[in-house]
Design a protein around this ligand. Sequence first.
Ligand code: 5GP
Length: 174
Amino acid sequence: MDKMKKEILFSRKAIDLRVRELAAGISRDYQGRELIVIGVLKGAFIFMADLIRSMTIPCRVDFARLASYGAGSVSNGKVILTKDIETSIRGKDILIVEDIVDTGVTLSYFVEWLQERNPRSLRVCAFLDKRGRRKVTFEADYVGFAIEDGFVVGYGLDFDEKARFLPDVYIMKD
Ligand code: 5GP
């Protein structure tokens, strides 16, 4: 990792500003409602922590973990839930928080899984969105930054479990 070339894509300052904007929008949209924020592990944990602390409305939190079958960083179409949420979401307003939408396969699966439990509403907030790489139709309701193709790390996003701790977002080179 350390020897791999990477370039800064979003500085911690730019991230902070954008997260505050997202949090303001979400706070407006869910004013007076009982929001449950569900983070997708592991990548979303830093984004979610910053997001909910910038929100001006209360929320409850839960986490799920999803994995795609097969090796590599690209979903191959088969997703499994390796850690389910522990909260009843029936009749509740739910916001899924994810690190990045790539092919859209992971979130499509998770949204469908949660919809079966009849929440009152269900929206998705993704920190990053690689819109050009969809294999399935999927649109997040709130997006931090839309990005081009390329592999990004930092701010919760890993490369082989490394680099999650980096406060800025980097794009890998080569
Ligand atoms: P999707 O199912 O949308 O293709 O995949 C979403 C998941 O793939 C993300 O939650 C993330 O774990 C992983 N992923 C996709 N693109 C990247 C990337 O550029 N960097 C990192 N670190 N993970 C990525």
